[in-house]
Design a protein around this ligand. Structure first.
Ligand SMILES: Nc1ncnc2c1ncn2[C@@H]1O[C@H](COP(=O)(O)OP(=O)(O)O)[C@@H](O)[C@H]1O
Ligand SMILES: [Mg+2]
Length: 283
């Protein structure tokens, strides 16, 4: 067979596996934002943990190929693919039972820089969807890189029945401009916006001397809710800044599980409930 014919046949086989894999997953949700550092990966792991805590079987796909942080935030850096599955790889299991796949599990060292062009990124994401044995899942959360680059487009094309995107923003006005771009992207991908989550919204500060808890308005508040209102999109809530969030991810247990009664964890759990309600009402 000619080389390109062989490649075409392989690609068709892979797309069949991908389609089959996706039929086993009930809800597929991507987390996106206009820019980096707003808390997408934090949101992806805490939403996933929130679904898990409600008893749903859950997986996370790290589609941020050039900055694969999911493993780090789940305390799984240094882990490697351990088993092969029927189509290629088995996801790596977090101690909570969340199934995780990230390029980090395939890299030699965690700080290996990943400098790839678009087509290669698409190849990796396609492989992670087709050749990883996700098995039956209630939720697959896909952590996207910032912006409107190749990855969101690839995810949109490879998963035509993507159930929706969650858009993460910080409260400032500049961030809100990016929200509009993300919404435009979701539109191009033909995917519904499940809602907007405002992260780093106010600072919860516990006084080390007297233990008094104060909320400080650090970067402003309410911008995400305002833009959601203007655009007629659901507002999924405000997640305050909490120093325990980065601490917990260093320890490998997402904040919602480690500090379930804190205001930020309660806000994440509320967002999880709203997403479940919205999806269940539509199916
Ligand atoms: N609500 C929050 N409170 C405190 N730190 C946060 C909060 N949200 C995110 N962070 C921290 O901010 C940094 C960037 O978050 P991350 O989730 O990696 O953003 P992104 O994936 O959008 O680049 C991380 O160190 C994370 O622990
Ligand atoms: Mg990230």
């Amino acid at each position: 067979m000619e080389d390109h014919q062989k490649r075409k046949a392989e690609m068709e086989k892979q797309m069949k596996m991908l389609e089959h894999n996706m039929t086993l997953i009930k809800y597929k949700i991507a987390v996106m934002s206009g820019k980096g550092g707003v808390g997408k990966t934090t949101t992806a792991v805490n939403l996933a943990m929130g679904f898990k805590m409600m008893g749903y079987s859950t997986g996370i796909l790290d589609a941020d190929v050039t900055g694969p942080d999911v493993a780090l935030m789940l305390g799984m850096e240094g882990r490697r693919i351990e088993q092969t599955g029927p189509f290629g790889m088995m996801p790596v299991m977090h101690h909570s039972g969340i199934r995780v796949m990230s390029l980090a599990f395939l890299l030699q060292t965690p700080d290996t820089p990943v400098i790839w062009r678009g087509p290669l990124k698409t190849t990796v994401i396609r492989q992670f969807l087709a050749e990883v044995y996700w098995d039956q899942l209630d939720f697959l959360i896909i952590d996207l890189p910032p912006g409107t680059a190749d990855e969101p487009m690839s995810v949109g094309q490879l998963i035509p029945d993507l159930d929706g995107v969650v858009i993460v923003t910080t409260p400032q006005d500049v961030a809100l401009l990016d929200v509009r771009k993300s919404i435009g992207m979701a539109g191009k991908m033909n995917v519904p916006v499940l809602g907007i989550l405002e992260n780093m919204s106010g600072l919860i500060f516990t006084c080390p001397d007297c233990g008094k808890v104060t909320e400080i308005d650090l970067f402003g508040k309410g911008g995400g809710e305002k833009v959601a209102g203007e655009l007629g999109l659901p507002f999924l809530g405000r997640i305050p800044l909490d120093v325990k969030i980065p601490e917990d991810s260093d320890k490998g247990n997402p904040f919602v599980a480690e500090h379930p009664d804190s205001p930020a964890a309660k806000a994440f759990k509320e967002a999880v409930k709203m997403i479940v309600a919205k999806l269940e009402e539509e199916k």
